[in-house]
Design a protein around this ligand. Structure first.
Ligand code: HEC
Length: 97
């Protein structure tokens, strides 16, 4: 499952850089205690992302970059996440099981 071509350690940094933890609990990321969105604990084991996308690496990357085109009006903003950063973030998230 964890095949995104990303780098786990860089992903952890990117999660901080983009402020994902302001809205999500993310185990292992300091200060990531937000309660706006769902906790990302165990996200690697979930069947669906955001209740609608099959949990697969390419969908994880797509969601992190474009939550608004996938589900217009949901509370997760488009954060301008770059391609490489999105792959690194996905690599980190797939360590959460
Ligand atoms: C302003 C708050 C906010 C920010 C910032 C935010 N998110 Fe989200 N996120 C949400 C909400 C709300 C949802 C639930 C969307 C839905 O289910 O429709 C969500 C859903 C998700 C999901 C799917 C979770 C699941 O249980 O299926 C992932 C993965 C995710 N976000 C990752 C990220 C990442 C990575 C970042 C940083 C690049 C980020 N989020 C930034 C609010 C946010």
């Amino acid at each position: 499952m964890a095949i995104t071509g990303g780098d786990v350690e860089r992903g952890k940094e990117a999660l901080r850089h983009y402020g994902c933890g302001g809205c999500h609990v993310i185990p292992g990321v300091p200060g990531a205690t937000g309660q706006v969105g769902p906790s990302l604990e165990g996200i690697a084991l979930r069947t669906y992302l955001a209740g609608r996308l099959q949990n697969a690496p390419e969908n994880m990357v797509r969601w992190v970059q474009h939550p608004q085109s996938i589900e217009p009006g949901n509370a997760m903003p488009e954060l301008g996440v770059k391609d490489g950063d999105a792959r690194d973030i996905a690599a980190y998230l797939y360590t959460l099981r």
